[in-house]
Design a protein around this ligand. Structure first.
Ligand code: CO
Length: 138
């Protein structure tokens, strides 16, 4: 059985959060359903609802945040894909057991009260992956 139950979010790094939100709202009729500053990650996010998933627009809040470095080196664009999983710790353990390179060694608190862990893009497909479990770690 797949550990991946849903696309939780597709995260896009942007320079101007307000302008990007305004574009999604005015051009595509999209709706922002959640805003949050995640100080520990140095980011501000806006979640746009797409059915049961989100587009997560990310912008840095500090010059040394990882998203600031991403924008400086690669410019705006796809930053990571968040996969919803039933059990973040179990999914992370499967990646570890397969020899994957982890960014988070253990699950931690994410936005919206979720539990998350990041897997390094060098692990598979050159893409930063976030494992997202609804609610606090169990
Ligand atoms: Co994310």
């Amino acid at each position: 059985m797949s550990q991946l139950t849903e696309i939780d979010h597709v995260a896009i790094a942007v320079n101007d959060l307000a302008a990007t939100i305004a574009w999604y709202e005015s051009v595509l009729g999209a709706r922002v359903v959640h805003r949050e500053v995640v100080a520990s990650d140095g980011v501000e996010e806006a979640l746009i609802a797409v059915a049961e998933s989100y587009v997560q627009l990310l912008t840095p809040t500090t010059p040394d945040s990882p998203v600031a470095k991403f924008l400086a080196t690669r410019g705006e664009g796809l930053h990571h894909v968040g996969f919803r999983v039933a059990d973040c710790a179990a999914a992370l353990e499967a990646v570890r057991a397969a020899g994957g390179r982890l960014i988070d060694q253990v699950p931690r608190a994410g936005s919206r009260g979720t539990t998350v862990a990041f897997v390094h893009p060098k692990t598979i497909g050159g893409t930063l992956i976030e494992l997202v479990e609804e609610g606090p770690a169990h």
